[in-house]
Design a protein around this ligand. Structure first.
Ligand code: ATP
Ligand code: MG
Length: 347
């Protein structure tokens, strides 16, 4: 099975290298790899952040393991040439509409969480965020009011098919976990949210085994801090998911710990750490590779049907932490490669 490796900028290549070493150990030659240029690196080598050859590779591959894009040298380029456009282009071209972000705290990192340890340790959830619709993609513009004042507007819209396909991912994800789905909306105020809730309820007929609940987004923000252990899977729209998933990430101890997946409707996916290219530490061996290693695990689980192998990766990461392996972001001294070594040793 072909895997596209898109390391990108900054620490991207460093963390991808560790993830590939772990994959080699866990699944050996069942996977083959091709590397593509993306982001600022691709702009510099090929004149575009998402060159046609890279897009073609991404389309051919069963899954994509992505590092990070973002390069201070490219800050002044026209918007369509900036590194960040590469990831937006891939999401759009490959119709990656479902963003899965697990939020868990490894118990060894309890001190590093923004929440009280006993609260943080109970967290074991996945946030399923819709990625291709909502207020980010609706009509937007700037106009003048009748009295000549400036007015900006962004239209929030979802159609029922868009809601149904993400809701299905939510139900399926819950089915593969503890069977609880919480749909987050603002149905007391927004038409889009009323449709969202109606469609989720209609779909629930196909999932009698799933315990479904609904929550307003403001309450969800509060509950994530007050009692996050109540959540198994949260499904929500693009805007609410953007905010809630960043909020949930604060339980994990470091941005260097959090993986993510972006899926289409055929289990093809792009897997990446949620952190960026971290230009401030690039090339110094300081990056924590665990978010990318865990992303590789998600790739095995969600795109390649290798759940047992994915479990092995998760357990090896936990074991490495238990053995005291820490990069600087976790208060330790290990280099990126030494953290990779620690995971390999745990395997
Ligand atoms: P983006 O816009 O791509 O999200 P950003 O500049 O907002 O990027 P990051 O690149 O994620 O944010 O970096 C934010 C901070 O977190 C930086 O100080 C960076 O060094 C640190 N950081 C990010 N990823 C890691 C990692 N894997 N290991 C250690 N530190 C990290
Ligand atoms: Mg940023």
């Amino acid at each position: 099975m072909l895997i596209a490796l898109l390391p990108g900028d900054g620490i991207g290549p460093e963390v991808i290298a560790e993830a590939v070493r772990v994959l080699d150990k866990v699944v050996g030659d069942k996977l083959s790899y091709e590397t593509g240029a993306v982001g600022g690196a691709a702009y510099k080598s090929a004149g575009h952040p998402l060159p046609p050859e890279t897009l073609d590779l991404a389309k051919r591959a069963r899954a994509i393991l992505f590092g990070a894009v973002g390069d201070p040298d490219c800050d002044r380029l026209e918007r369509h040439l900036r590194p960040e456009q590469a990831i937006l282009g891939l999401r759009k071209e490959l119709t990656l509409f479902a963003n899965l972000r697990p939020a868990t705290l490894f118990k060894e990192l309890a001190d590093a969480s923004a929440l009280r340890p006993e609260v943080a340790q109970a967290i074991d959830m996945v946030i399923v965020r819709e990625l291709n619709g909502d207020v980010y993609f609706g009509e937007k513009g700037m106009r003048k009011t009748a009295s000549g004042r400036r007015e900006g507007y962004d239209v929030m819209s979802y159609n029922e098919d868009e809601v149904a396909r993400i809701a299905r991912v939510g139900f399926e994800t819950a089915r593969a976990r503890r069977g609880k789905l919480c749909s987050v909306d603002k149905a007391n105020v927004l038409e889009t949210s009323q449709l969202w809730r109606d469609v989720v309820i209609e779909l629930a007929a196909d999932y009698p085994d799933i315990e479904l609940s609904h929550m307003y987004v403001d309450n969800a923000a509060m509950q994530l801090v007050r009692n996050p252990g109540q959540f198994d899977v949260i499904v929500t729209g693009n805007l609410f998911g953007d905010i809630l998933s960043d909020q949930a990430s604060m339980c994990a101890g470091s941005i260097g710990m959090l993986p993510s997946a972006s899926l289409d409707s055929n289990q093809k996916g792009l897997y990446e750490p949620i952190h960026g290219s971290a230009p401030d530490i690039a090339g110094q061996g300081k990056a924590n590779p665990l978010a990318t290693i865990l992303s590789a695990g998600m790739m095995l689980r969600y795109s390649l049907g290798m759940g047992a192998e994915a479990d092995r990766i998760d357990m090896a990461v936990a074991k490495a932490l238990e053995n005291g392996a820490r990069t600087p972001d976790l208060g330790g001294k290990l280099t990126t490669t030494q953290m990779g070594d620690a995971v390999l040793a745990a395997l």
